[in-house]
Design a protein around this ligand. Structure first.
Ligand code: NAD
Length: 502
């Protein structure tokens, strides 16, 4: 750890547990053992509010992945894990949820230091969401079953279906909600009876490594959960191609997801792809403008805009457009830009210098293409990768800031007149992750919901996530679902059994 990060931790204060975790050499978790990469390579982990070096983690190789696959296969193909009764799996998952909760403050600090996000939101949203996800899926193993059927064909048969776990699942995770996204994938896979190998994003591997210690403490058999850290182009790509893996569940950008999908389908793996978004928001003229402005600002600037379903394209009915924009700017002014460990931080830094450069490039492109920057958009000099939230008005559908996913605190608005025009603007995108409507007119709301091409529709809210509700996109935002009972369908095979009776 360099002096920038040491001073930062001293300035804001973090727990002894977090300091202990950050001070020790980081290892991967394979087959219940803490190991270095097969070739000894490591990569640096930086803190985004200061840009300082935190620690290093192993840069895994294809050989490391092979070892993890062998361990996960052994457990799946008749190992101790496979022989556990459903209620025993439930007990382990509950124990893990309890341990995550007990260490919640430490995990939130690790997440804030690794990713740059607000430590307060990390505790309230990321860590609580992780605990809730494990609790939710902990209840499922004893409730997974097939059905008996009475066939109509001639003859006398007993016909029934069995639900069986898919096998070894590889989870490839992005950097914006590292622990929570990992939890969505791992909790459901374990509930279904699968074994897992996780590859966290290079930028944010630390909370997943701390999580692995809790997996061990909870008493999961060795090899049921494995963590291989390292490059996406090495580990992620090898996961998509590995014959010993039955399913890849990927969350990340659309271009990488397409590559993962092509490779995985090429060797007939199951695939879930949770990809990018450019979600529309429709503010109708009857909406409560003050509360809509608060929700819209939260829906795009939360996590510094690094949210896949952020409501970044805001279409406002013309008669209230200017009044709404004033409210939105007023709310945005109150959002504190600060280092992640500041307890009052609302908008933290971008995750990396590279991400700051990308977002600043889009703000510049918006200006160049003729959009009107009505608030923010400055990029303070370092230390840290900060960007002020930006609001552009009078945007047109052809502008790059309207068409492309920015993954930063940048919002574009434009007015609409009729609901037909609003639907057409909302759906004018290759993405289909989410959409939001602000209105108290139920008839208009219900007319709009079926017309929006999106995996989630929020009404008078944004990004309301609960483990009991499925999450996943339409169109270029991917396919398959995380969360809810729907996710379990993507982690289990259905076997049809026919028995001829005398
Ligand atoms: P990314 O696609 O660059 O990386 C995601 C993961 O894929 C990382 O772990 C990375 O190491 C790995 N990876 C990189 N190259 C790979 C390859 N060739 N083969 C296999 N794996 C590879 O995305 P990111 O920058 O980490 O995350 C931001 C993106 O994720 C945004 O597009 C965002 O919308 C999307 N996202 C989607 C959801 C969702 O649920 N739909 C949620 C969060 C983020």
């Amino acid at each position: 750890m360099d002096s920038l990060v040491r001073n930062y931790l001293d300035q804001y204060g973090v727990s002894d547990a977090t300091r202990r975790f950050l001070a020790k050499p980081q290892k991967m978790f394979i087959d219940g053992a803490w190991v270095d990469s097969a070739n000894g390579a490591t990569f640096d982990i930086f803190e985004p509010s200061t840009g300082g070096l935190v620690t290093r983690a192993p840069s895994g190789t294809a050989d490391d992945l092979d070892r993890a696959v062998r361990a996960a296969r052994r457990q799946f193909d008749g190992g101790e894990w496979r022989r556990l009764k459903p209620l025993e799996r439930e007990r382990l998952l509950h124990r893990l949820a309890d341990l995550i909760e007990t260490h919640g403050d430490e995990l939130a600090e690790i997440e804030a230091i690794d990713m740059g996000k607000s430590v307060t939101f990390a505790r309230e949203i990321d860590i609580q969401g992780t605990v809730d996800t494990f609790r939710y899926f902990a209840g499922w193993p004893s409730k997974l079953h097939g059905r008996t059927v009475e066939p109509s064909i001639p003859g006398n048969y007993l016909a029934y279906t069995r639900k069986e776990p898919l096998g070894v699942v590889a989870a490839i995770v992005p950097w914006n909600f590292p622990l929570q996204t990992m939890a969505w994938k791992v909790a459901a896979a374990l509930a279904a009876g699968c074994t897992v190998i996780v590859k966290p994003a290079e930028l944010t591997s630390l909370s997943t490594l701390r999580f692995a210690e809790l997996v061990q403490e909870a008493g999961f058999p060795d090899g049921v959960v494995n963590i291989v850290t390292g490059k996406g182009s090495v580990i992620g790509a090898a996961m998509s191609a590995h014959p010993g893996i039955n399913k890849v569940t990927f969350t990340g950008s659309t271009p990488v997801g397409q590559e993962v999908g092509r490779t995985a389908v090429g060797n007939l793996k199951h695939v879930t792809l949770e990809l990018g978004g450019k979600s529309p928001v429709l503010v109708l003229d009857d909406a409560d403008l003050a509360s809509a402005a608060r929700a819209v600002a939260n829906g795009v600037f939360f996590n510094s805009g690094q949210v896949c379903d952020a409501g970044t394209r805001v279409y406002v009915q013309r008669s209230v457009h200017d009044a709404f924009l004033d409210e939105l700017i007023a709310v945005t002014r109150t959002l504190k830009l600060a280092p992640g460990l500041d307890r009052d931080c609302y908008i933290g830094p971008m995750v990396s210098a590279q991400q700051k450069k990308v977002v600043a490039g889009y703000i510049e492109a918006g200006r160049r293409e003729g959009a009107k920057l009505v608030h923010g958009g400055a990029t303070p000099e370092g230390p840290g990768h900060f960007i002020e939230p930006a609001i552009f008005a009078h945007c047109t559908p052809d502008m790059s800031i309207v068409r492309e996913e920015i993954f930063g605190p940048v919002l574009v608005t434009s007015p609409f007149d009729t609901l037909e025009e609003a639907v057409s603007l909302a759906n004018d995108t290759p993405f289909g992750l989410a959409a939001a409507i602000y209105s108290n007119d139920l008839a208009r709301v219900h007319t709009l919901i079926p017309q929006l091409h999106a995996g989630s529709v929020y009404v008078n809210a944004h990004s309301t996530i609960d483990p009991s509700m499925p999450f996943g996109g339409f169109k270029d935002s991917g396919f398959g679902k995380d969360l809810g009972p729907e996710q379990l369908d993507y982690l289990m095979e259905t076997k049809a059994v026919w028995i001829t009776l005398p």
